[in-house]
Unconditional design. Structure first.
Lengths: 319, 526
């Protein structure tokens, strides 16, 4: 097990370096640089002023030198300063965004997992009934609805019209911190975020459980007189979880990248928005660092997902 | 047993959810909250005024310049300078400083002004003003309340540049090396200004909190707090405004109609001071014949576009300016006349020049409004035989293309762009003067019109304020005649404020101003 995990981590490290090289190359191929983004074209600066700014930020050095300088500093934990917000270290920006991202995505995924698995079980156990059809329609709507549409609708209904929940942000500005305030701001974006994920999980759970419920060992358990509740929860669900765990694992891995639309509509300070904004203004240090963090998280979560299989299904061995 | 535990867990969650809806977030102090960095005049997360190209609306709540535009952007008045005089030769500016104090109690003196201008002239600090203040030859401080600035040559835009140089405390920053100033955490943690509000807190990418400065020289502010909330999405800002969480935000012209007639809100309209134009790449033979450029102007029904797409919220521009004092009588209005356009194109031999080959029109305007405008222009030009194809890129890509070295003019034969034309009329010089062809300036279309260059030079050299308008009117006349650009319009910009605000002043100024908004007088009724 230890050797397996160590080997996976080593491979992951190599992948991260390759990822940063690829990202750097793609950034250089993209038209425009941070200086081109610096100034509103409606309010012109002279090219000489822009060139001076470019030199001061080290953007006039040879490309390999720029990358190696960045890599050398990154290994030491120094991810540089944002080119757009020059007084903000990149590490501080990322750390400030990681917590809110994990909170939002974690809560959204937790809601999605609970709701999705529960709905999937109900739908499979009561297949071809009104309950099954209703849940399937709701799931289809959840999968089909674009994230920005559900976000804007939810914002309009619950915040603007009903005024039940805040319209955005993480906390009430200038108010003392309270968990209740945080939860109040978290509910709407987290629930809206969970809709698409819950729908997917529900569909996977339903089809996987339907397959398991037709297996011989389930028939045997019923024949032995085991109560239906325990047949489902103890015998069938656990065996039906494997594909769902795979789905959840891949979702968690990508979750660190944030949910751009939800973050944009609710002004939630997450990684997704940070990365998108950094790309818009060609903030190279932020893009490189954010890509590195997201890549590392995906690799770690994939390893953890594989290890979870061992817990769920003892037949799976690490070779 | 397990069922009981499950029920208890659900009960706790339900109680928590119920409690959150009752959780009070009410503030016991009076506070005005707004999306002050929403829209084109904002610059979210930027706190270094030396590196700011916009966002001055917010910065001027706790930092102040020596001089500032009035709220109508018509004249430059004193701010930290209680008065100023300019010598007849326009070389010596004498500023008498106001009796002001920094937020930490230290007195504001002429030493601070000299220190600040030194920082602004030094590009190592991240300053974007170095070139604009390049004409400063000497700064003298005969006493604590007087600053005398001597220029090496008259500069028409000097006072305009000074309106954006926020005064900084020498005692707080003198120990910070110039090259480390841009990266200093001071700007976003403990900045010190002289303004009506003091910096309290910056919550990363969420909001900035200011508290009233009770010792402000013009009086204690009427409200206790001023909060600038950040919004990535203008729709989110509008939602927050409608939900009552903020009292002000910038809105696009598309959204203004939804607030019309609503007594709970007041719509504030103002000129954008940005001339939108179709730019002709002068390095290409396509546009050499003025009849072709005239045909473009006659082919586009600007009045119809303004009426249907801008909702009437724009003024047609027949040169770089729309302000009455800068537009002379008798210039060509280039009315919509597609028949005349076809005739002009035929006379110029358009079929031999280009015919119906597609011509790329490059733009950085990515809004739905801009897309509709370009679609309309495309259809109108197609009717007269000019086939344009819009290409929308983001700002960095746009700048990379138009400033590419070596230049590739075939990549941008046309542009749809905008340039600030005020409140200082010399702002357009950088985009039209032959001497401003890159790398010197921003004349990326390589406009080489000797008559226009001469008119611009004459206007910028005019020392008599009373004669300046006449010189810029001449610039307008030449632009109208020679058409270096196909000037389209100057659109209005909008802000919406809650009706609970009184004495609230906001102007959609380019770069966010600054302008004399007097935030100490803003009030909010509960």
């Amino acid at each position: 097990m230890f050797r397996y995990v160590s080997r996976r981590l080593l491979i992951g490290l190599g992948m991260l370096v390759a990822l940063t090289v690829l990202t750097f190359i793609l950034l250089q191929l993209t038209p425009g640089d941070p200086i081109d983004a610096y100034v509103d074209p409606n309010v012109s600066m002279s090219q000489a002023e822009l060139d001076a700014l470019r030199a001061r930020l080290g953007l006039d050095r040879a490309l390999p030198m720029q990358y190696l300088a960045w890599l050398g500093q990154a290994i030491q934990g120094n991810l540089g300063y944002s080119l757009q917000r020059q007084s903000e270290p990149v590490l501080g920006l990322i750390v400030a965004r990681l917590g809110p991202t994990l909170l939002l995505m974690g809560t959204g995924l937790a809601v999605a997992i609970v709701v999705g698995i529960s709905a999937g079980i109900i739908s499979a156990v009561r297949s071809n009934t009104a309950a099954d059809y209703s849940l399937s329609v709701v799931a289809l709507l959840g999968i089909s609805s674009p994230a920005f549409l559900t976000a804007l609708l939810g914002l309009y209904v619950f915040s603007v019209r009903l005024k039940w929940l805040p319209s955005g942000g993480m906390l009430t500005p200038a108010a003392s911190f309270s968990v209740a305030d945080l939860v109040q701001h978290l509910i709407l974006p987290a629930v809206l975020l969970s809709i698409g994920h819950a729908a997917m999980i529900m569909r996977y759970m339903r089809s996987s459980l339907l397959e398991v419920l037709n297996q011989d060992y389930v028939r045997t358990a019923r024949a032995k007189g085991v109560r239906e509740f325990w047949v489902i929860t103890k015998h069938a669900v656990r065996n039906a979880l494997l594909p769902v765990v795979t789905l959840i694992g891949s979702t968690i891995g990508l979750a660190i990248g944030g949910a751009i639309f939800i973050e944009s509509v609710f002004n939630w300070p997450g990684m997704g928005l940070l990365l998108v904004n950094a790309v818009e203004v060609r903030d190279y240090p932020v893009i490189m660092a954010a890509t590195l963090v997201v890549g590392a998280f995906v690799i770690v979560v994939n390893i953890l997902t594989d290890l979870t299989y061992l817990v769920i299904d003892p037949r799976i061995k690490v070779s | 047993m397990k069922f009981d535990k499950t029920v208890k867990a659900f009960a706790i969650v339900a109680a928590l959810l119920g409690a959150t809806t009752l959780a009070s977030s009410a503030q016991d102090v009076s506070a005005i909250s707004g999306g002050f960095d929403v829209g084109p005049g904002g610059f979210q997360g930027n706190f270094n005024p030396l590196a700011a190209t916009s966002g001055f609306t917010w910065l001027s709540n706790y930092l102040e310049p020596l001089v500032i535009y009035d709220a109508k952007l018509e004249s430059i008045v004193g701010a930290l300078a209680s008065s100023y005089t300019v010598s007849p030769d326009q070389l010596t500016y004498t500023f008498n400083l106001a009796d002001a104090a920094w937020h930490d109690g230290e007195a504001f003196t002429s030493a601070d002004v000299k220190f600040t201008l030194g920082l602004a002239q030094n590009d190592k600090t991240g300053s974007v003003f170095a070139a604009r203040l390049g004409s400063i030859a000497a700064i003298d401080t005969p006493d604590d309340k007087t600053v005398v600035i001597t220029l090496s040559a008259p500069s028409a835009g000097f006072l305009d540049a000074l309106t954006k140089v926020m005064q900084l405390p020498e005692h707080a920053l003198t120990s910070v090396p110039a090259e480390e100033l841009a990266k200093s955490a001071w700007w976003s943690t403990t900045p010190i200004g002289t303004g009506p509000f003091k910096f309290v807190k910056y919550e990363t990418d969420q909001y900035v909190e200011l508290a009233a400065n009770p010792d402000y020289r013009l009086g204690k502010p009427a409200v206790d707090q001023l909060i600038n909330r950040y919004f990535e999405n203008p729709a989110a800002a509008i939602s927050a405004l409608r939900a009552g969480e903020i009292q002000f935000t910038y809105v696009d012209s598309n959204d203004v109609a939804t607030f019309a007639g609503d007594a709970a809100f007041q719509v504030i309209e103002g000129q954008s001071y940005v001339t939108n134009y179709i730019g002709f790449n002068n390095e290409l033979d396509l546009w050499k014949d003025v009849r072709v450029r005239q045909a473009i102007m006659h082919a586009i029904n600007r009045d119809a576009i303004i009426e249907s797409l801008y909702g009437g919220a724009a003024r047609p521009a027949n040169c770089g300016y729309v302000s009455e004092q800068l537009v002379p009588e008798g210039i060509n209005p280039y009315g919509y006349d597609p028949e005349k356009a076809r005739q002009l194109l035929a006379e110029a031999g358009w079929d031999q020049i280009n015919g119906d080959k597609p011509i790329t029109i490059l733009t950085y305007y990515g809004t739905p409004l801009a897309a509709n405008v370009l679609a309309a222009i495309q259809a109108m030009l197609a009717e007269v035989g000019v086939n344009i194809v819009p290409r929308v890129v983001d700002t960095p890509a746009y700048n990379a293309i138009v400033y590419a070295d070596p230049l590739k003019p075939e990549e941008f034969p046309l542009v749809y762009a905008g340039l600030q034309n005020g409140p200082e009329p010399s702002n357009i010089n950088i985009g039209l003067n032959e001497a401003q062809i890159p790398p010197a300036g921003s004349n990326f279309l390589h406009v080489r019109t000797p008559e226009l260059t001469a008119a611009l030079d004459a206007a910028m050299a005019e020392l008599d304020p009373a004669a300046r308008n006449g010189k810029y009117a001449e610039v307008c006349r030449v632009m109208n005649e020679t058409l270096p650009w196909g000037t389209m319009w100057v659109a209005s910009r909008y802000g919406v404020a809650s009706s609970s605000l009184t004495d609230f002043v906001w102007t959609p100024a380019p770069a966010g101003g600054p302008f004399a908004a007097h935030p100490e007088a803003w009030k909010i009724s509960k």
